[in-house]
Design a protein. Structure first.
Length: 337
């Protein structure tokens, strides 16, 4: 196994995290924005959809973190040092939303106290994707400067606010929030349809259509700011041989998803939106061109040891033999009951 193979695995894990945990974050957004005559039923549906599986969805983030510090220790040290502020804020948000969700759902406090925990859950769900997006923007921006000391160890030499506070990174944060909310709206519309609640399904179907429009606008903003704040990423997105086909495929999936939503084909729309968001993640991964930090830190420079790369396939195989059956059984018990 090579360093680029590991980079590809990290991309797959990030994609799975977005499609699963990202939708959980989006559910919190719609909890915050619940309204109309079915407001409480909207929140009940969100809780019912998230409750059985939200913890396991974070396994993909754990996989990314463990692979980074195990295989690319130098890269892990640089990224977590340069971007430690948004990383800490994202972790605090993850902990807060998970704790608040449990306290609201299972707490013995008065209803007023549980409602306040619901607000914490909703606001943390809305804020965390923005911080995750700024991390993505930070590693993509090319603004983080590196230096190598006399021992050949790499260190960030720019400030702790570099990269992730640019308009580009903030736009990526907003775009991530929109994609997570889009996934959640489509998932929830389908959940309501399966439960025979057509009016509730229409609530989330309309939200999904609106969020598609918001995501499109934010995608254009991200591209515009990338041209200014992240020129290397911008060049990779537009000039690589794969870029135009990938963008056309993403646009086609988005258009087909909108048609599916308009025609109330919610199962089809769910599959298409998942493909749309997966293409966005794939496009970003390809544009990174094997770098953990653009443009200076390639995975080949991130501290990977040959012995670790040689042992990794066997470790992953052994872990998969334990993890995959457990994951399949969990979804079968809690999502097909």
């Amino acid at each position: 196994m090579t360093a680029m193979h590991v980079f590809a695995l990290l991309g797959v894990a990030v994609g799975l995290y977005v499609l699963t945990a990202g939708a959980d974050f989006g559910g919190g957004v719609w909890d915050l924005l619940a309204g109309g005559p079915r407001r409480e039923r909207q929140r009940e549906l969100i809780a019912d959809a998230i409750a059985p599986i939200w913890e396991v969805n974070h396994i993909w983030m754990i996989f990314v973190v463990v692979m980074l510090f195990s295989v690319f220790p130098d890269g892990f040290a640089v990224v977590t040092t340069a971007l430690h502020i948004p990383i800490v804020l994202a972790l605090v948000g993850i902990v807060l939303r998970g704790s608040a969700f449990v306290f609201r759902a299972y707490g013995l406090q008065p209803n007023q106290t549980r409602a306040r925990w619901g607000q914490v859950f909703a606001w943390a769900s809305a804020a965390t994707p923005v911080f995750l997006g700024t991390i993505v923007g930070g590693v993509s921006s090319g603004a983080i400067e590196l230096r190598w000391d006399q021992r050949g160890i790499v260190h960030p030499s720019s400030g702790f606010l570099t990269g992730w506070t640019t308009p580009f990174a903030l736009a990526v944060g907003g775009f991530a929030l929109a994609l997570f909310a889009l996934l959640a709206a489509v998932y929830l519309a389908r959940e309501a349809e399966l439960g025979g609640e057509s009016a509730l399904a229409d609530d989330f179907r309309r939200r999904a259509l609106l969020t598609e429009l918001v995501a499109f606008v934010l995608a254009l903003v991200v591209l515009w700011r990338a041209r200014i704040d992240a020129p290397q990423l911008y060049a990779n997105l537009l000039q690589a041989p794969w870029s135009i086909p990938a963008q056309l495929l993403t646009a086609a999936l988005a258009g087909a998803a909108i048609v599916g939503l308009l025609r109330n084909r919610l199962m089809l729309a769910r599959i298409l939106v998942m493909g749309q968001v997966a293409c966005v993640v794939l496009g970003w991964g390809l544009a990174m061109d094997g770098h953990l930090l653009l443009p200076d830190l390639h995975v080949d420079q991130a501290g990977a040891e040959p012995a670790v790369l040689a042992a990794l396939p066997w470790v992953l195989l052994g872990g998969s033999l334990l993890f995959a059956p457990a994951l399949v059984w969990l979804f079968r018990v809690f999502k097909q009951a």
